[in-house]
Design a binder for this molecule. Structure first.
Ligand SMILES: *Cc1c(COP(=O)(O)O)cnc(C)c1O
Length: 392
C-alpha cells in the first residue's frame, strides 16, 4: 500500500503556524555579507518594524537565534542573580516551564496557583506585592496568552496592580503566542521585558526569539544580573543603532521576518487582531454547537490565536488527534502538562483564511465522528453563520 497522501497538510498547531507563500519566497535567495551595508539597512529596518509591533517608541530590541525559551533565559540572566525572588502566576504549562527555568537559575520563586482555566489574577498579584514590604520581589512574570489553556492574562491590569502597590519589581511578559495576534502595548502597559518568538503569530519559521527591553530593565541589567556572554543585552544597544549583530545572524530567517512584518503592516494591526478575534469566536461557536467544553472558563480571557477544547470524560483527546491526523491529514495541538490527553487545541493564528479555518473545523467535526467522541453535529454550520455575517 502506498503512503502517498494527496492534498496539503493542514497545520493547525498553535505554533509553528503556517508560513505564507510570500514568507517562503523571501527566504529563497542567497545569504549576504552580514558585515556589509545591505545587511545593516536590513537590520535597522527590522528593528524599526519590530518596535511598531511591540508598540514601543524606544525600547531596546533583542533578536536572538533561539526559540522563544532562549529569550526567557536571557531575561532572567540579564536582570537577576541566584536568590532573587520573583513572582509567577502558574496559569498553564508555559508559566510552569518559566518557573522551572527560574528554579534552575537558583531564583526564589513565589508562585500563585490557578486552575489552568483563567488568566493570572491581578488582585492576588497586587496583594502579594503590597505585603512585600521589604521589596524583595525583583520581577513579576506573566504569560500574556497561555497557549496551553487558551486563556489570556490582562497585562494592563497586572501593571496597575504593581503601580497600586507602588512596587519597583520589573514586569516581564511572555507574549510568544500573542504578539501579532492580540493587542499588545509594551510602552502603554509599561512592560519592562517582553518576550516573543517567530513561529506563532509572526508567520516565520521557528528559530528566532525577540525581546523588547525598557530602559529600567536595561539599567537593572547594567547594574547586575548573572554572568552571561552570548545572551548579554548590552551589545543590543549598538546593534539596534547600526543594524549589525555581534555574531553571524540567522540571515535567511531575517529575510522571512522582514517580509512577515511587511505583511502585518499591509493588513494593519487592528485588522489583524480583529481577524484573529473573529476566527476565535467562530471556533468557540463550533465547540459550543458540538456540546464540548472550552478549557478557558473565563469569557473575558478567551485567547484570539488558539482554542483549547476539552473532550468528554473518558474520551482521549490524543486518540481524537491521531484519528484526525491519519484520516484527514491535519495536525492539532495536544494537551500539555496536567491537561495532557484531556484537551485538543486548534491553532488559528498567523496566516489563515476563512476557508482554512472552516476546513480545519470540518476536519475536527469529521474526526469527532470517526473517533466516536460524543458530540452534536452542526459546529461547522455555526462557524459558517458567523463568518458569513458582514460585520461579525
Ligand atoms: C510556544 C510558547 C513558548 C515556548 O516557545 P519556544 O519557541 O518553543 O521556545 C513559551 N510560551 C508560550 C506562551 C508559548 O506559546
Amino acid at each position: 500500500m502506498s503512503n502517498f497522501v494527496s492534498g496539503r497538510h493542514f497545520l493547525q498547531t498553535p505554533g509553528p503556524s503556517n508560513l505564507p507563500d510570500r514568507v517562503l519566497r523571501a527566504m529563497d535567495r542567497n545569504v549576504i555579507n552580514h558585515r556589509g551595508p545591505e545587511f545593516g539597512a536590513l537590520g535597522r529596518d527590522i528593528v524599526a518594524k519590530l518596535r511598531g509591533l511591540f508598540q514601543t517608541g524606544a525600547a531596546t530590541i533583542g533578536i536572538f537565534p533561539a526559540s522563544g525559551t532562549g529569550a526567557w533565559e536571557a531575561a532572567l540572566a540579564n536582570t537577576l542573580v541566584p536568590g532573587d525572588r520573583i513572582l509567577i502566576s502558574r496559569t498553564g504549562q508555559f508559566s510552569h516551564l518559566w518557573e522551572q527555568m527560574a528554579l534552575r537559575f537558583g531564583l526564589d520563586v513565589v508562585s500563585l496557583e490557578t486552575d489552568w482555566r483563567r488568566g493570572a489574577d491581578p488582585l492576588a498579584i497586587g496583594e502579594i506585592l503590597q505585603e512585600d514590604r521589604e521589596r524583595r520581589i525583583k520581577a513579576v512574570c506573566a504569560v500574556h496568552s497561555e497557549t496551553s489553556t487558551s486563556c489570556m492574562t490582562d497585562i494592563a491590569a497586572v501593571r496597575q496592580a504593581i503601580n497600586r502597590a507602588d512596587h519597583p519589581a520589573l514586569l516581564m511578559v511572555d507574549a510568544i503566542s500573542s504578539l501579532g495576534c492580540a493587542e499588545y502595548q509594551h510602552d502603554g502597559w509599561a512592560v519592562d521585558v517582553t518576550i516573543a518568538g517567530s513561529q506563532k503569530g509572526l508567520m516565520v519559521p521557528p528559530g528566532l526569539s525577540f525581546t523588547a527591553i525598557s530602559d529600567k530593565a536595561l539599567a537593572a541589567a547594567r547594574a547586575g544580573g548573572s554572568r552571561r556572554s552570548y545572551w548579554d543585552w548590552e551589545p543590543l544597544v549598538t546593534s539596534n543603532r547600526t543594524g549589525f549583530f555581534p555574531y553571524t545572524p540567522a540571515i535567511s530567517l531575517l529575510y522571512a521576518l522582514n517580509e512577515a512584518l511587511d505583511m502585518l503592516a499591509e493588513e494593519g494591526l487592528p485588522a489583524v487582531f480583529a481577524r484573529h478575534d473573529r476566527y476565535a469566536q467562530a471556533t468557540r461557536l463550533a465547540a459550543a454547537a458540538w456540546g464540548l467544553e472550552l478549557q478557558c472558563a473565563d469569557p473575558a480571557a478567551y485567547a484570539p490565536g488558539v482554542t483549547a477544547i476539552r473532550t468528554p470524560q473518558g474520551h482521549s483527546a490524543d486518540n481524537l488527534r491521531n484519528v484526525i491526523l491519519e484520516r484527514f491529514n491535519m495536525s492539532l495541538g495536544n494537551g500539555l502538562g496536567r491537561i495532557e490527553d484531556r484537551v485538543f487545541r486548534i491553532g488559528h493564528m498567523g496566516d489563515l483564511g476563512v476557508l482554512s479555518l472552516t476546513g480545519a473545523l470540518t476536519g475536527v467535526e469529521m474526526g469527532l465522528r470517526a473517533a466516536g467522541v460524543p458530540h452534536r453535529a452542526g459546529g461547522v454550520q455555526a462557524a459558517m453563520e458567523l463568518l458569513t455575517s458582514a460585520n461579525a
